[in-house]
Write a protein that binds this ligand. Structure first.
Ligand code: ZN
Length: 232
């Protein structure tokens, strides 16, 4: 009898389901889907954002709701000003920047690098993933004085407890790619795995053509920008 019980215990151990990593599709990683109709995404309630009809992955939203509630208790007001942006949306941003008159006469490569100080190429943005948000202001200066500074210090101190991290930190620390963005926060429990799978599954050839996309390889966009984040 004892042996039978031991066998049952061993068998049940062997069949305990392990926490399996979610397998993200190439469409999910490159933003070629509509968050409105994706079952893992939810509409951000209006009291959390200054925009309308914007979405996040459900787990990201739940974590943000908790963080927002905790912050509010301490008089810190967090407002989402951008969340999931799919490929089409990001391409709209890219095309608008690409055709700016200030770039008249510029070489393509120089244009790409200038735009990419703060904006991602479609197909390469963390905003495709439903894990990343922009908070309160798109100016670093907002976060260096007054209310913005208090908010930023609160985020640095408390956001990691809720899973959020500033991924585009000061480049003096050796990070490559985008300039510092004090407003951009990533929900690491999901985004870390998404970055891992992006690196495994996506290469320059998967990204559709658009003006400037011919420089993805030569400028090492995936290596320097997608991978140019502070993760720890
Ligand atoms: Zn952002």
């Amino acid at each position: 009898m004892k042996q039978l019980l031991l066998l049952i215990c061993l068998l049940s151990l062997a069949f305990t389901p392990q926490e399996a990593a979610v397998n993200y599709s190439e469409d999910e990683l490159m933003g070629t889907f509509d968050p409105k109709t994706h079952p893992d995404f939810a509409l951000i309630p209006q009291h959390l954002t200054s925009k309308s009809n914007i979405y996040l992955r459900k787990e990201t939203l739940e974590a943000f709701e908790n963080m927002h509630r905790e912050a509010k208790k301490e008089g810190i007001h967090l407002t989402i000003i951008s969340a999931t942006r799919n490929y089409t949306y990001q391409k709209g941003i890219w095309d608008r920047k690409w055709s700016k008159s200030k770039y008249m006469g510029w070489q393509g490569m120089d244009k790409v690098e200038d735009i990419m100080k703060y904006s991602a190429m479609p197909g390469t943005s963390r905003h495709h993933w439903g894990t990343d948000i922009d908070l309160n202001s798109l100016e670093n200066s907002y976060f260096t004085h007054g209310e913005g500074k208090i908010i930023y210090y609160w985020l640095i101190e408390c956001a990691p407890d809720h899973g959020f991290k500033q991924v585009y930190t000061n480049k003096n620390l050796g990070r490559t790619g985008y300039e510092e963005e004090k407003w951009h926060w990533s929900y690491m429990p999901l985004s870390k795995e998404m970055l891992h799978q992006y690196k495994e599954k996506i290469s320059a050839k998967d990204i559709p053509n658009f003006p400037g996309s011919e420089h993805i390889d030569s400028l090492k966009i995936i290596e320097r920008y997608v991978n140019g984040v502070e993760e720890n």
